[in-house]
Design a protein around this ligand. Sequence first.
Ligand code: F6P
Length: 326
Amino acid sequence: MKRIGILTSGGDAPGMNAAIRALVLTASQHQLEVIGFSHGYNGIFNREYRQLTPIDVMHIIQLGGTILKSARCAALQQEDGPQTAAEILHELQIDALIVIGGDGSFRGCMALSQYYQGQLVGLPGTIDNDVDGTDYTIGFATAVETSLNAIDKIRDTADAFERTFLIEVMGRHTGYLALAAGIAGAAEQIICPEYGAIDLADLAQDIKKYQQDFGRGSYIIVMAETMYPAGATALAQELSKLSATECRAVVLGHLQRGGSPVSSDRILATKLAAYALEQLLAGRAHLMMAGEQAGHLGLYPLATTGEKHKKADPYLLAWQQRTLQQ
Ligand code: F6P
């Protein structure tokens, strides 16, 4: 193995730069050349790439986003896309490709594997944490901190005005982010797919009961995106009517993707990237993703990273429900 390609794909996540840095430094220890493709898989199709050496990754560990840029790639989804991408990788003499992204990006790897002769390895990078084979994905911890920071600030104004706030967080079809930020922010209510569909009347009743029991006060609802198709603002208006309280909506949105990665994301990214590369050199990592489960590094089949076997913390989910019923 002489030359490896790396790329960041899908929603960017804080810590992707830490992973890029660790890949380049580890590759350098093993005299491997690293080619960084820009804008996700598009960089392969557009032949947009550059060599990455240790000097290129100096002082990037603290940066949010990704120095390689990210994107979702329509070209790879075309019928002849995977074959074209594989031909370009062969032409560039890329012996292995390491993809930092979520399960959608790994599906791209699987498609590519039908034509590409080199090795394909994944590193889990997404704020959603919705990837099997690792307890935490790179970027999740930072996104939780960012959301929490916003929730704490909203709590101040919510307390001052004794208002209800509905705060929408990202997470795609899972509630990892909503549950973690909601628990840490002492949200009175968490709405996420793990609890099932929203029962509006029930929710309004909970707000009213809270006010009867504790007097007027702030009431924070953290809601995972996709839970109310009409959007958080429409739901807040509904709740204002049904609960006869003043309910405001805040959509945190892409704010949660940015910012300097927290230490745990930098460390996780460094560890997974170094491990993935070493396993690749040992010939064990083809079509695998590097992950950490219960404190142990391991490899997990790329093909099954999107099966959603991992679940949001059942203990915390149940505890939050019980506190609501008091
Ligand atoms: O997967 C990361 C994520 O931020 C999700 O939480 C969100 O649903 C999606 O990406 C947003 O995608 P886009 O940046 O394309 O709007």
